[in-house]
Design a protein around this ligand. Sequence first.
Ligand code: V47
Length: 383
Amino acid sequence: MSATSLPARLGEIGEKVENKQRLSFEDGMTLFESDDLLAVGELANQVRERINGDLTYYNVNRHLNYTNVCISDCAFCGFYRRVRHPEAYEWSVEESVEIARKAYQEGARELHIVGGLHPRLQFDYYSSLLSELKRNFPDMHLKAFTMVELDHLTRVCRMTDEQVIDGLIAAGLDSCPGGGAEIFRDPTRSRICAHKTSGERWLELTAKVHRRGVHTNATMLYGHVESYEDRVDHLVKLRALQDETGGFMCFIPLAFHPKGTELSHLPGPSGIDSLKTIAVSRLMLDNIAHIKAYWVMLGKNLSQVALRFGADDLDGTINEGGSLMESYLAEGNENQLTKAGIEEMVRGAGRVPVERDTLYNPIHTIESSSNPQEPKLTLPVLN
Ligand code: V47
């Protein structure tokens, strides 16, 4: 679609997109407020194809949720349990290693390790978890602990940020997942997660992790009580940090699932809202290479469509490894896909599947197609 065929404000944004100019906060608001989903999606698709062509990434991974015990009481979370709750669990390091062994034997080369904010576990639990996993599976990438968990560790273990970050790196940390970002801005953050690490602190710790040479992801939880201003503010803050550090690998908008949470009276985001959020994220985050449509939350069908609305990544094959995922699984969705299943989704969207490692290096030679492509963006090495 040419920029001139769009309504005036979208047309101006379209021209900026064509000229590779950065979009402003107001542009972000206009995009969210627009009823023209297809026009917004078309602009996002232009950027998606400019950065990633037809390539669509996935990896073979496994989620490992070492505990559901959490002191944070987030209103949006259906996963956490209080320490004495009959369903509370915490895995020993040995139990986690055995779960990882099965995943490794099944081909997983990334473990996505997150858990609740446990009031008692000490630093040696977290460091032993990483070092034992690394010792047993040296070529398994350990994507572990959100900034909220790191912040929690500094407080529970009375350690500095640097001690926590460097200690985990020494134990085998390879990268960090993007959870815990939710919505940065108050008062919304306080309404959904009053006791959690603040947005400013999440960003501060992320910058420190990046400066230690470790890449991370970023998320945004949408479709609850937040406003469009909150969403644009969130995206602009991530973009500013990425300008400074270059450490984000990908951005993942997370669709809120109300069932089983304190916010169960809310409807959650519509399919239209999810596609628009993915599209606006692609357009605003001009310096983050990848936008993930997390099929577990979005559902397989909508994720497939999202590959035409700005997304270029589907996360991974995933496999149950704790119950966090169960708490936000899309209606009717299973928690695992085979490689063949993911590739079929990607081809069905007219895209080219690429199995990747966590750092977006292709694992297999990209299949020859009528339009052979190579990735246009690789992640910077962080200093
Ligand atoms: O921080 C919790 C969200 C996040 C609900 O980095 C919910 O590659 C929807 O961050 N409805 C954890 N969302 C998951 C996460 C993630 C997932 C996939 C890939 C990556 C990555 C990161 O899940 C939490 C929170 O924002 N969440 N409860 C819920 N009811």
